[in-house]
Design a protein around this ligand. Structure first.
Ligand code: GDD
Ligand code: MN
Length: 365
């Protein structure tokens, strides 16, 4: 018997999955007979036209909804937005590339009908599940990531990295202010954000092979995973973006010294010219690294945005340098501070200034 009331929302994060959309909708329709459901595609403005494809289907099937996010990227944040956009009491997340087993959805929903569970997780690592045709390399990386996750997890889950699960929508709404939203691992984010251990069940499924399109899990996503773990462990002490920004800044000092050595010692340029070149090089490297890593989710693209961004970053850092030197000189001379301590405090003030202003103006769209 179908309930009149909306029972389940299926959130489908997509990036370049156009070819998979019609098949997925057909399979959801099959798998969810007897359930009152809706599907919410959350697409990050895929160049292949995934959102338009989903809207095309939505015009004749009101169960299908589409959120098209412009100028934003990220699997986790897309899932969060989709999960918060439904009136259904239970929400599931499933990949848009047909790798997850949608026939598990009714069982997941059933397990959440009572009040005794919060999450039903599709697991590749309980008996009956599997990773399909993953090569040894990916199995090893996944196992490493799972082991690392145990450092932040309060519950003993076999597959905390799963991107396939169903959860009570109210739990998501309660946890959303505490989610990092970084990277791929939305389930881990939810589990670790919760002040009480979430009550879960794991249901086995076998990860399928992708036939259309390609995986977006790359090195940067792996780095984002480590960042998300950092955020959970130390994020309250030193915010993750500031930590990255500072690490990149330290790298910039290396670039500066390298270029200075090359110009001044190597090419025999004057010290002033060497310093100028070194400063510009360090500034530019810092700008692009922060754009690619620290602010990956709001990355500037195209030469116009990049040029504007670079100029504002340069201006901010120039003022930051003045603040750095000013504070150091003040502490050293007026307050009679030790020279090294004065210099370090100057650097810290400069770094905080650069970070605060660039996050607001350079990447503050
Ligand atoms: N909106 C949005 N934005 N969707 C994205 C983005 C993004 O930046 N990146 C990826 N997606 C979508 C893909 O289009 C796909 O539907 C789904 O998220 C999974 O992405 P894949 O690139 O296919 O990931 P995977 O198959 O390598 O990894 C999956 O399996 C892992 C299990 O090890 C994901 O489900 C992971 O979350 C999961 O941990
Ligand atoms: Mn996939």
């Amino acid at each position: 018997m179908t309930s009149d009331l909306l029972e389940l929302a299926v959130v489908i994060p997509t990036f370049n999955e156009k070819a998979n959309v019609p098949t997925l909708v057909a399979r959801l329709d099959q798998a969810l007979r007897g359930v009152n459901w809706e599907a919410i595609f959350v697409d990050d403005d895929s160049p292949d036209g995934t959102a338009a494809q989903a809207r095309e289907i939505a015009r004749s099937d009101p169960r299908i909804r589409v959120i098209q996010r412009i100028g934003r990227r990220g699997l986790s944040s897309a899932c969060i937005e989709g999960m918060c956009a439904t009136a259904a009491p239970v929400v599931a997340v499933i990949d848009g590339d047909l790798q997850h087993d949608e026939t598990l959805l009714p069982a997941m929903l059933d397990r959440l009908r009572g009040d005794d569970l919060d999450v039903a997780v599709g697991s590749r690592f309980v008996s009956g599940g599997g990773t399909g045709d993953w090569d040894r390399d990916r199995v090893a990386k996944s196992a490493l990531a799972t082991r690392l996750s145990r450092r932040v997890l309060k519950v003993d889950l076999s597959d905390p990295m799963s991107g396939f699960f169903a959860i009570r929508t109210q739990v998501v709404r309660d946890l959303t202010p505490h989610l990092s939203g970084i990277g791929f691992k939305i389930l881990l984010d939810l589990l670790t954000a919760s002040p009480r251990p979430l009550r879960f069940v794991e249901l086995p499924y076998t990860f399928r092979t992708r036939t259309e399109g390609e995986s977006k899990l790359d090195h940067v996503v792996a780095l984002e995973y480590l960042i998300a773990l950092y955020d959970r462990m130390f994020g309250r002490v030193v915010p993750v973006r500031f930590a990255m920004f500072s690490a990149i800044g330290v790298l910039g000092v290396g670039v500066h010294m390298g270029v200075l050595t090359a110009l001044y010692l190597g090419l025999g340029a004057s010290f002033l010219v060497g310093e100028l070149g070194a400063t510009l090089a360090a500034l530019t490297v810092n700008f692009f690294l922060n754009n690619a890593l620290t602010y990956r989710d709001r990355r500037l693209k195209g030469w116009r945005q990049l040029l504007d961004g670079w100029v504002s970053f340069a201006v901010i850092c120039a003022v930051g340098a003045v603040a750095n030197v000013g504070v150091a000189a003040f502490l050293h001379e007026v307050r009679d501070g030790a020279w090294a301590v004065s210099a370090l405090i100057g650097v810290l003030v400069g770094a905080v200034w650069n970070y605060a202003l660039s996050s607001k103006f350079t990447w503050g769209r």
